[in-house]
Design a protein around this ligand. Sequence first.
Ligand code: AMP
Length: 217
Amino acid sequence: MRAYLILLGAPGAGKGTVAKRLVDRNGWIQISTGDMLREEIAKQSSLGLEAKSYMDQGNLVPDDLIIKMLKTHLEQGDNGVLLDGFPRTEEQAISLERIFSEMGVSLDSVVNLVVPEELLLARLGGRLVCKECKASFHKLFSPPKEVGVCDHCGGTLYQRSDDNPESIQQRLRVYHTSTKPLIDFYKDKSLLADIDGSRDAEEVYNDITALLEKRGN
Ligand code: AMP
């Protein structure tokens, strides 16, 4: 079913992992602004070079850069779009409403993944990501079968440069001041549903699927 959805949640809430399952099984496209920025950095594009210092310090990349990047990708989601990591500020949320109205579509649901802070810290501190398919592993909670190698595609696993203690603390601070207010923003529009994100990814996926079915998405 064609749907336009947002996954909200703090860094480490599991947005990327559950987003991959949702798009694979529903034919939507996943728009992860973080993954897009990391690709721009790998290509050493001017956007990537500009974004890198903000990201490494755990700060947000300026809204105008993000919105320009997002627009080109949104137009490719004929079958539905799952936004993961966007919006992160109220200004971005307002821009998204404008872009959707220009496209003649509307936002269907916002899923907020709720995870206690100590678990966020533990997840981020041990996270490993595949360079190729972006799958996420954890040194202790979900280690790959072979050290340093992705179980899904054989790609190389690495630790993100912003998954260090200082950047993690800053990203959580930024989440509290800039992104968390979006919970009320979408609650007021009756679009938001909380999901317990502290459990296993498959359980979180099943809960989200049941919720979206109930809402007709
Ligand atoms: P993520 O992969 O979603 O954890 O994002 C990693 C980093 O990319 C963030 O800490 C920000 O520096 C940047 N970033 C990703 N999405 C956005 C966004 N929507 N607005 C501003 N910065 C972003």
